[in-house]
Design a protein around this ligand. Structure first.
Ligand SMILES: *Cc1c(COP(=O)(O)O)cnc(C)c1O
Length: 374
């Protein structure tokens, strides 16, 4: 086991340190410029039913639609409760009879469990693989197919392509993909996410691009015999979003920082700019981990390696938790692995807000520390 000694009091030379030490996978780095908007905005603390906040919601909806070239008929819908609440909304308001789920980590497992628990649905089909692996769903008799574009707990990224073209809905968890990885929305019916990852804001909201087929399904199920609690209903959020409002009070600060991040991405070249940044940071880390004698990328198959959440396993001679603790003591925070994964690992968020230069600095810091173990 861990016999390499790591001095917990190591102090990294200041000139090696990244300019910003936040490398979390969520909540994640919020750019200073986005946070600064909050303190000066005249809309903070004003009514979400009035024009200034509605203009803000409209900018967020239009900005995200431009960023992802939303196809004709797709609508950006939002509400309170984060991606976790959207799973329950999907169970109540989008799955008609049966869903099929790719389960490759904690987040994809939670949606499958929510569907399995619903007494009005048939037992879902669950295609489960080992953490660190990817999987593609096969056609079955489901009316919803669900998988994450990026499984944040393991750092596995999956392609987004329709499994079938028979009217079944493709529900894609894009919580840690949105704002950092591209997608062809026409391959999806609900591409849902929250703002606290690549979108560089705080948590608490869910957002979803809904296809015309998903909107039809939501209206149909709402008109049927199933009892849907008001908070898990989707027609209300669809209709409020069309008016640039939300069913109940949103966090305006979260919307302001989200808007700032979306405009920053658009001003710098859009999703290609974001994808290039995340790719540069993550490529550097995977190359480093592949070459370092104590490290190895956790995701063995390069095609599944996430460009936004990099998981690196360490040889058992070295205690990765002690390494994370030294980094934390030096201001480099939140690189601990996903708590339930239980691996000797670091997990590093290379989201759009993270400067690729800071990832290079992090690598220099890792090298400096690892040269001093023994
Ligand atoms: C963070 C995350 C969630 C949970 O998001 P909340 O907004 O905290 O509910 C769900 N799915 C994925 C893939 C995530 O990364």
């Amino acid at each position: 086991m861990a016999h390499l000694h790591l001095d917990p009091d190591l102090r990294l030379p200041v000139d090696l340190l990244p300019a910003d030490g936040r490398f979390g996978s969520g909540p994640a780095k919020i750019r200073q410029a986005a946070a600064a908007v909050v303190s000066t905005s005249p809309v903070l603390g004003t009514s979400h039913r009035q024009e200034p906040v509605r203009t803000l919601v409209g900018r967020v909806r239009e900005g995200l639609s431009a960023l992802y070239r939303a196809p004709e008929g797709y609508e950006l819908v939002l509400g309170n409760g984060g991606s976790t609440l959207f799973w329950d909304i999907a169970v109540s308001s989008l799955i008609e009879r049966r869903s099929a789920h790719a389960v490759l980590g904690e987040f994809s497992a939670k949606f499958a469990a929510a569907s399995a628990a619903a007494p009005f649905l048939d037992e879902p089909e669950v295609d489960r693989v080992e953490p660190g692996s990817g999987v593609a769903l096969a056609p079955t008799d489901a009316d919803v197919y669900a998988w994450p574009q990026n499984e944040t707990s393991t750092g596995v990224s999956l392609p987004v392509r329709r499994v079938v073209d028979d009217g079944s809905l493709m529900l894609i968890d894009a919580t840690s993909a949105a704002g950092g990885i591209d997608v062809d929305l026409s391959q999806t019916d609900a591409w849902y996410f929250a703002p606290q990852k690549n979108l560089g804001s705080d948590g608490g909201l869910w957002l979803a691009f809904l296809s015309p087929a998903a909107i039809d399904r939501a209206y149909r199920l709402a008109a049927g015999s199933r009892w849907i609690p008001g908070g898990l209903e989707l027609v209300g959020p669809i209709e409020q979003s069309r008016k640039n409002q939300t069913v109940n009070t949103p966090a305006i600060a979260t919307l302001l920082m989200l808007d700032a991040q979306v405009q920053w991405l658009l001003d710098n070249g859009g999703i290609e700019f974001a994808a290039d940044r995340t790719r540069r940071g993550s490529d550097a880390l995977y190359a480093w981990a592949s070459a370092h004698p104590l490290a190895t990328p956790f995701v063995a198959d390069p095609q599944y390696r996430s460009p936004v959440v990099v998981t690196i396993d360490f040889s058992e001679e070295l205690d990765a938790a002690a390494l994370a603790a030294v980094l934390r003591a030096n201001g480099i925070v939140d690189v601990e692995p996903y708590r339930k994964l239980g691996r000797n690992q670091l997990r590093i968020g290379t989201y759009a807000a993270v400067d690729p230069e800071d990832v290079q600095a992090l690598i220099r810091c890792l090298d400096w520390i690892l040269e001093r173990v023994g």
